[in-house]
Ligand binder design. Structure first.
Ligand code: FDA
Ligand code: NAD
Length: 561
């Protein structure tokens, strides 16, 4: 026993050293993450303040202009200082302890600056709202419009958004936003222009008495006390909460890919991501792009990069692109069309590492099949995840999202969830589903607001009865899909990628009924007709032959139209 004592003591000492080392490193990493998050909030606050300064007088700022300029200068100084600290630490000129101290000091300074920044704007430190929306994306914008349509008093509604700009139509980011000429820019695509409605400019929110709190990330939501807190420590209380936090891009770090810290590797979710990509498109003219992922982002950004005359290679693990919707035949058409445009495909493999140059930029992508692809820019689109961590353990979840009923009410009283985050009952298929598409974001937001307003009058609202609708536009192509892609697919029409105007489709048949229809190149009327087919689900035996022979015209000739 006496012999074992020193061994035990040594084990205890080693254990204490290991745990304190781990604690130190975990805290250290955590402090860096916090500082980076605060800096993002500072960036957004800076952009917001600059926008307000640039507004027609009287600009909506509380303080004297010179104080605001002084604040902006300080913000710029701190950002540069932090950048320098990171650069010096990368070159290993700083001890870990010294680096940690500097990080802590800068964190305090940034927090103070954020606090001061809020005093510069109209936003007060604590605010109460009747209705509060967390998230300032598509669903938030459409919810705001619906509140106004249903009757809203000034000061009742606030939208808190991490982004520095008013709600906009996110689909533009992977399409016209990236064009070399005539690119879409804000305010051209603020909601609700995407569904043919009025553009809601920042002034619209001011006019309607809606508080648009931009550049502010909520980091804590306490549903019991009905208070949410921002990264900068601001608190907001509410009577009714709408969660509209959308999705975030899945990162390659989650797959253990090496070298992901290299510059020039881009994800695309928010306008800030798109701006960085646009900057790089300009800097790396006609260079080499590797697109990782063969889903929506991959296909749309791959096309946009080719339009910008980049040499584009797409890499994905599946045997054909967009397997979650496309059949092999549909995919074959798009892949051949892309190849005719000069885009290359490498299928059945994934990226495992990036080669990083001495300037920190990505130089090449190493694939699992051992191929190495040179790259000036890498764009990653490997899926999205709903942003629901704030509410974990507080609201019920289902299928990766927040579980709601057909009125988008969660199991928590006065809390609604809409858009990408909501897993709701899809009445048509008697199933719980989550949908990551813009049409549902708009409609679910409108439904939730109708329900909220109707319940104040003790009126009932019809259940949400959603028909899935997805679409995409690339090059001169444009497809739509309605319904469910389950059962046996039947291809129809001209799917020759070399045709001057290819026009083809696919119908999915389940239990003898047509349950979903895909159409490339359809007219507005034809698209409306396929929507009707997917909704009504006519018997396939009656229509299938006509579908095969008549192709897409079938849709319009149906007695249903
Ligand atoms: P959305 O993502 O629009 O908004 C969420 C907002 O919440 C963001 O502003 C975010 O910053 C904010 N937020 C998150 N956490 C927060 C926090 N803690 N505090 C404060 N704010 C927070 N669909 C389609 O049908 N057709 C298409 O062509 C396209 N194209 C397309 C292109 C690109 C590039 C993307 C990324 C996505 C699409 N989509 C699409 C999908 C579609 O845009 C998406 O389904 C909707 O934007 C979802 O709307 P939400 O409002 O739910 O989230
Ligand atoms: P996605 O789910 O459409 O596609 C993900 C793709 O990633 C898969 O098809 C697969 O090819 C690939 N992938 C998965 N793991 C991989 C790995 N380890 N390496 C390489 N590839 C891998 O997701 P996305 O394209 O990233 O889109 C993100 C979100 O944006 C989704 O919610 C989507 O609905 C939305 N979006 C929609 C549209 C549209 O509706 N037109 C357009 C753009 C974006």
């Amino acid at each position: 026993m006496t012999l074992l004592k020193p061994i035990f003591e040594r084990i205890l000492i080693i254990w204490a050293l290991v745990t304190s080392w781990l604690k130190y490193h975990i805290n250290h990493e955590g402090n860096i993450v916090l500082l980076k998050r605060l800096l993002e909030e500072l960036d957004s606050q800076t952009a917001d303040m600059e926008q307000k300064l640039g507004a027609e007088p009287p600009h909506p700022l509380k303080r004297q202009e010179n104080e605001v300029y002084e604040w902006l200068e300080n913000a710029e100084r701190i950002k540069t200082e932090v950048q320098t600290i990171f650069q010096i630490s990368e070159r290993k000129f700083l001890s870990r302890d010294h680096f940690g101290k500097l990080i802590d000091e800068k964190t305090i300074e940034v927090k103070e600056l954020l606090q001061e920044g809020r005093l510069n704007t109209k936003i007060s430190a604590e605010k109460c709202f009747k209705y509060l929306i967390i998230g300032g994306g598509v669903a938030a914008g459409y919810a705001a419009r619906e509140f106004v349509n249903q009757g809203l008093k000034p000061g009742e509604l606030a939208i808190i958004s991490k982004e520095a700009v008013a709600p906009y139509e996110r689909p533009a980011l992977s399409k016209a936003y990236l064009f070399p000429e005539g690119a879409a820019r804000l305010p051209g695509f603020n909601v609700c222009v995407g569904s043919g409605g009025e553009r809601l400019l920042p002034e619209w929110y001011v006019e309607k008495g809606i508080e648009l709190i931009l550049g502010t990330e909520i980091i804590k939501a306490d549903l019991d006390s009905k208070i949410v807190t921002s990264a900068g420590g601001m608190k907001f209380s509410y009577d009714i909460l709408i969660i509209a936090t959308g999705s975030r891009a899945i990162k390659l770090t989650e797959f253990g890919v090496k070298g992901v810290e290299a510059k020039n590797i881009f994800y695309l979710r928010e306008i800030r991501d798109a701006n960085k990509l646009v900057e790089e498109i300009r800097a790396k003219k006609k260079g080499k792009v590797v697109v990782i992922g063969g889903g929506y982002i991959g296909l749309e950004v791959g096309a946009a990069m080719r339009i910008n005359q980049f040499d584009v290679t797409m890499v994905y693990p599946e045997q054909w692109c967009m397997p979650r919707l496309f059949t092999r035949e549909i995919a074959a058409f798009y892949e051949a069309y892309y190849e005719n445009k000069g885009i290359k495909f490498i299928k059945g493999t994934v990226a495992v590492a990036f080669v990083v140059g001495s300037n920190g930029e990505v130089k090449a992508v190493i694939l699992k099949n051992c191929r190495v692809l040179e790259a000036d820019i890498v764009v990653v689109g490997v899926g999205a995840k709903p942003v629901i961590e704030l509410f974990e353990g507080q609201v019920e979840q289902a299928k990766g999202g927040i579980k709601t009923d057909e009125f988008f009410q969660t199991n928590y009283p006065d809390v609604y969830a809409v858009g990408d985050v909501a897993t709701f009952p899809m009445k048509l298929y008697n199933d719980m589903r989550r949908v990551e598409h813009v049409d549902h974001a708009r409609k679910s937001a409108e439904q939730a607001v109708k329900v909220i307003k109707a319940s104040e009058e003790y009126i009932s609202t019809p259940e949400y009865d959603y028909l899935p609708y997805f679409y995409s536009r690339v090059f001169n192509l444009s497809w739509t899909f309605y319904g469910d892609n389950v059962g046996d697919p039947v291809l129809f029409g001209d799917n020759n990628p070399a045709s001057a105007k290819p026009k083809f489709g696919t119908a999915w048949i389940k239990n003898g009924k047509i349950v979903g229809v895909f159409l490339e190149g359809g007219t507005t009327e034809e698209n409306e007709a396929i929507a009707q087919i997917a909704r009504i689900q006519p018997p396939a035996d009656k229509y299938l032959d006509r579908l095969r022979k008549g192709g897409y015209f079938f849709a319009c000739k149906l007695e249903l139209c």
